[in-house]
Write a protein that binds this ligand. Structure first.
Ligand SMILES: NC(=O)N[C@@H](CC(=O)O)C(=O)O
Length: 438
């Protein structure tokens, strides 16, 4: 009887894996044989034939998670994160692909920088790292970056974003939307009208008034989304809205989708769980852009995610070095870690709605990013990118246990459901028994 291996040169053959008795979304427990980089067989009581056996009893198999919004900080701030440390954090969080934001130093606004990030991702080999290119040179909002050269590069960039900054100039935004149509690209907008958020420290509302901190009004986000869906409709191009955070934004999006505008949107785990009341602690770990909003916003975001008005969950994983976070609120950088806790937060927020979780955290983000190897339910012949979750486990978040180089998780001390037991990238484990393999 032939022995299963991962294929290729027999001398260098990688072991095959047999996952026994795992629950695949929407189906009864089954065995999954991973060999040759793909799911080779699905069925009951498969013979191991040399494959390494993983006990899937009580576990759920999801298509590997896909994050459309990750800050990896390399090049430039390797003290906060590297492509490798961020990739490891992602794998431990159940991800098999992440899209790396362009606000590095130098900015990822040329073919050279996006290729560098892409190559570093391949070398780390823990998740597929798909670089996002900047929309404007140096994120300065003045001139379009080399979108075509980045699209034609080895990194094959399809998503462009000035995230951290809004493409505020409507003429430039229109041009960018027009330009990317040629290769079915998408502009991912950080929706923040800068004139309305000058000096802003937190959400503008009752809590900011009480604390005496300058507010970031909801309308600063909603006004840009309203403008951009109209521009996207006019041009017939694809718009993606980053980290949507207000109830009003949901209504604008609902209207745009009803009109058939080609718009998609993401929400972060933290905007689904935390509110602006956290700012009362003056702990800068809760400072983020866009800011934490009210409980009414949180409810609206949850409903919109279930309904599909919001298409996906994206982490906005934003690692920051200690000196950028352990300081006075006003001086702290905005941003929170997200990769290693996202699935647990979603289980807490949605409960065990596995098909919905697979849709919002894997299948749809893969489709938006054009990552055809990802976001597919395990079936014979499908690339073996998947993650195994133990839904019965609970864990208390400890910042010192994060694989990220940074410690700025807003969930420290919080007990959350679910644990990632294993992650497979093209049939090879990046995480086994809850630990990174390399
Ligand atoms: N989301 C954040 O709070 N921070 C982001 C950039 C940004 O959107 O400001 C970062 O890069 O740190």
């Amino acid at each position: 009887m032939t022995e299963y291996t991962a294929g290729g040169d027999p001398g260098a053959a990688k072991p095959a894996y047999l996952i026994r008795g795992v629950r695949v979304v929407g189906a009864a427990p089954t065995d999954l044989l991973l060999a040759g980089g793909v799911v080779a067989e699905v069925g009951r009581d498969l013979a191991a034939r040399g494959a390494r056996v993983v006990d899937g009893d009580g576990l759920v198999a999801l298509p590997g998670l896909v994050d459309l919004h990750t800050h990896l900080r390399e090049p430039g701030r390797e003290d906060a994160e590297t492509v490798e440390s961020g990739s490891r954090a992602a794998a431990l969080g159940g991800y098999t692909a992440v899209c790396a934001m362009a606000n590095t130093s130098p900015v990822a606004d040329t073919a050279g920088v996006v290729e560098q990030v892409w190559r570093l991702g391949r070398e780390a080999g823990l998740v597929d790292v798909q670089p996002i290119g900047a929309v404007t040179v140096g994120l300065a909002g003045e001139r379009l970056a080399e979108l075509g050269a980045m699209a034609d590069s080895a990194a094959r960039v399809r998503i462009f974003s000035d995230d951290g900054h809004c493409v505020a100039d409507p003429k430039l935004m229109r041009r960018a939307l027009e330009y990317v149509k040629a290769f079915d690209g998408v502009i991912a907008q950080h929706a923040e009208e800068p004139r309305l958020t000058e000096g802003a420290q937190m959400h503008e509302g009752e809590v900011s008034t009480r604390l005496g901190l300058t507010g970031w009004p909801a309308v600063a986000e909603e006004a840009i989304i309203a403008r951009d869906v109209l521009l996207a409709e006019h041009v017939g191009s694809r718009l993606h809205v980053c980290h949507l955070s207000t109830a009003g934004s949901v209504e604008v999006l609902r209207h745009a989708k009803k009109r058939g505008v080609r718009v998609t949107a993401e929400v972060t785990p933290h905007h689904l769980l935390l509110t602006d009341e956290r700012a009362a602690s003056y702990d800068p770990v809760f400072k983020v852009n866009p800011p934490l909003r009210t409980s009414a916003d949180v409810s609206a975001l949850r409903e919109a995610l279930v309904e599909g008005i919001i298409d996906i969950v994206a982490t906005d994983h934003a690692p920051h070095a200690l000196e950028d976070k352990e300081c006075e609120w006003a001086y702290a950088r905005p941003g929170m870690l997200g990769l290693e806790t996202a699935l647990s937060v979603l289980l807490d927020v949605l409960g065990e709605r596995w098909d919905l979780i697979a849709e919002r955290m894997s299948r749809t983000p893969a489709r938006i990013a054009g990552l055809v190897e990802h976001g597919r339910n395990p079936a014979p012949g499908v690339p073996a990118n998947l993650t195994l979750v133990d839904p019965a486990a609970r864990r208390t978040v400890d910042p010192s246990e994060q694989a990220s180089r940074s410690r700025n998780t807003p969930y420290a001390g919080l007990t959350l459901p679910g644990r990632i037991v294993a992650t497979f990238l093209r049939g090879e484990p990046t995480v086994l028994d809850g630990k990174a393999v390399k």
